[in-house]
Structure formats: C-alpha cells, structure tokens
Write a protein that binds this ligand. Structure first.
Ligand code: SAM
Ligand code: SF4
Length: 340
C-alpha cells in the first residue's frame, strides 16, 4: 500500500511538474507573440504608408488579417470582452470590480425595425438608470472600449445621450473607442452636442445597400434617404467622430457592395465592415424560408471580398467577417458575458 502511495505521489508530482512547465512555456510564448505581432502591426502600417498604389492591393489582404491580430494581441488576455444587457445585467452586478477590454451595452431591449435576418428576441425591459450608475461606478475599474448598442437599437431609448454622458463621467469612460451602433433611423431624435461632449469616437451605422428598395427589403421599416440625411446632420455636429458602415451581406445585396462603398465614400466614410449573413435554423424569430433564400453560396463572400479589394485598394479600410469568423467571435462573446 505504501509503495503504491509513493508511486502515486511521484506520478502526480510528475504530472504537476509537467503542467507547470507547460503553463510557463505558454506564458513565455504569449508574451513573445504579443511583442512580435505588436511590432509587425507597426511595421505593416509603416509598409503600407510607403507603398505605391500599384503595390497596395496585395497587402490589403495582410491588412485585413492584421485587424484580427490587432484586436487579439494588443489586448491583455485577462481583460474581459463583455456584453451588458437586460439578460445578464443582474449577474454582471454580482461580479467583482473588473478591468475590461470591451463593454457592449444595450440600455433597452427593443427595436424600431424588423430586419429580415435579425434573430434577436425583444421586450420592453430596460436597464434602470441608477443601477447602471452603480455598475459603472463600482464594477468597472476601466475599459479600453465601450459600445452602446449591440443586440438591439439604442436610439429607441430617450435616455441615450444622458446615459452616454454618465458613462463618460465614470470609470467606464473608454480609453480607446466610444462607439454608438445604430440603424440610424432615429438618430436625429437625439442631442448630437451631448454625444460630442461624451467623447463619441465612432458612429457605426448598419446599412445594407445604396438602393432604397434593397435596404427596405432587408431592413423592414427603414428608409435609406432618412438614414443618409441623419448621417449628414450628424457629421456637421460631430465632425471628429468617425462614421463606419456595417453591412450584412446576403444574396439580395451582394451585387450592390461596390455601389454601397462608393456611397459611403461620398458621405466621408472610410471604414467598412462587411459581415456574411449568419443563420440559426433553431430560431423562433426569423422566417426560415426567407433566410434560406438569403444565405450565400460557397465562395460567394470570398469572391466579393477580393473584388472589393481589387476595386478599392487601400483607398478605404475594408474589414470582412465570414461565417467562420463570426462563429468564433459569437462563442467568445457569449462565454465572457455570462450568457452560457
Ligand atoms: C443586432 S444589430 C443591433 C444594433 C442596431 N440595431 C443595428 O442594426 O445596427 C447589430 C448588427 O448585427 C447585424 N445582424 C443582425 N442579424 C444578422 C445576421 N443574421 N447575420 C449577420 N449580421 C446580422 C445587423 O445588421 C447589425 O449590423
Ligand atoms: S435594426 Fe438591428 S436590432 Fe433592429 S431588427 Fe435590425 S438588426 Fe435587429
């Protein structure tokens, strides 16, 4: 028996020693990779500045990849990337104070549109203002980025700008990006001056086409001309805030991407995020027949991506997220948001 226990102890100590060594190696590698990719991002930016237009096309592919490297590696792995919404708010309040990389916050859980591909459930629930203040003051040590509007439509909440100012005057004032994500239709109901004072760095607007009919068919309840006129008004009041176009690419609008980027350029947009439509067959929200017709075929997204890179070169920043990328991202988000 004694022999057996001694053997077992040696075995366990052996295993522990191996595990500790692996852990140490992993940490060394992580630090090394972090340094390398930080410097290669820097070098990449230098290279791109030095490139002639002719050469720039091929490096755009590198640039796209660098977006991912950037978001993964300039960030300390320990920092959280969390959603904050009516589903997880009470659980988030129970957490110890934390440092965040990204907080994606929805003050409300409703929307003015019914986009054909949107899987998100809605309700009239909102986050209570005082409870939010408590969270921001006592549970956030700091954050690199803060986004308002993630799963629903923040402009539907009349408190929007006051909540943004509350965030800006709390420890959750982001060090890097302060983003408003919206469908853009109700933007003009809000006080742009307050947004400017809150330090909004990016306005990310969902827009699927430069054709009013396509935009309407995909984003039921919207009106392209109204979104465009809101963007013009916003730009005048907040010239420092960068406008981003975020597009859901489906079979109904994939042929219109080039014109959409041109529309963006006309409006002063320099950054475009194009995301392949995703589909959850178990959803009780979406119309499955319509969804199946909107899905892209193999390689369609990739072909579109290469056409746009060919067409626009380094004139604008293009970011592409296919379904594989979105799947990984979604799992990470759900895990770190106490929703799984
Ligand atoms: C859920 S919305 C919430 C924010 C705001 N209501 C908006 O539309 O911008 C965030 C983004 O997810 C995109 N989205 C929704 N359903 C999608 C799907 N099935 N596939 C790809 N993107 C989707 C929307 O187009 C939008 O750009
Ligand atoms: S506007 Fe945003 S939240 Fe509303 S239905 Fe469309 S994608 Fe969903």
């Amino acid at each position: 028996m004694k022999d057996y226990l001694v053997k077992l102890r040696n075995k366990l100590f052996g295993v522990n020693a191996v595990l500790a060594a692996i852990q140490e190696l992993k940490e060394e590698l992580r630090q090394e990779l972090k340094q390398k990719s930080l410097s290669s991002n820097f070098e990449l930016a230098e290279d791109i500045l030095a490139l002639s237009q002719k050469e720039s096309r091929a490096t755009l592919e590198l640039l796209e990849n660098s977006y991912e490297i950037e978001t993964n590696t300039t960030t300390d792995q320990k920092l959280k990337d969390s959603q904050l919404n009516v589903y997880n708010f009470q659980k988030m309040l129970e957490q110890p104070p934390s440092e965040y990389n990204f907080i994606r916050f929805d003050p409300n859980n409703n929307c003015n549109l019914h986009c054909v591909y949107c899987h998100n459930e809605r309700s009239n629930d909102i986050i209570d203002t005082e409870e939010l203040k408590n969270f921001l003051e006592n549970k956030v040590i700091n954050t690199n980025s803060f986004q308002v509007g993630c799963i629903m439509e923040p402009t539907l909440d009349p408190r929007l700008c006051d909540l943004m100012l509350m965030i800006a005057h709390s420890p959750a004032k982001p060090k890097d990006m302060f983003i408003l994500q919206t469908n853009g239709i109700l933007l003009n109901n809000h006080d742009y001056e307050k947004m400017r004072k809150a330090g909004l760095t990016h306005l990310s607007v969902s827009i699927d086409s430069d054709e009013p009919e396509t935009q309407k068919a995909l984003r039921s309840g919207t009106n392209l001309n109204r979104v465009i006129s809101n963007l013009k008004g916003f730009r005048q009041s907040c010239p420092e805030t960068e406008i981003i176009f975020i597009t859901t690419v489906t079979s109904a609008n994939i042929q219109e991407m080039e014109d959409l980027v041109n529309l963006g350029i006309e409006l002063g947009v320099n950054r475009f995020s194009l995301r392949e439509i995703f589909y959850h067959p178990e959803s009780k929200i979406v119309d499955h027949e319509k969804m199946l017709a909107l899905l892209l075929k193999d390689n369609e997204f990739s072909k579109m991506k290469h056409n746009l890179i060919e067409k626009f070169g380094t004139k604008v920043n293009l970011f592409f997220a296919d379904n594989e990328w979105l799947k990984t991202y979604e799992v990470q988000m759900m895990e770190s948001s106490l929703r799984v």
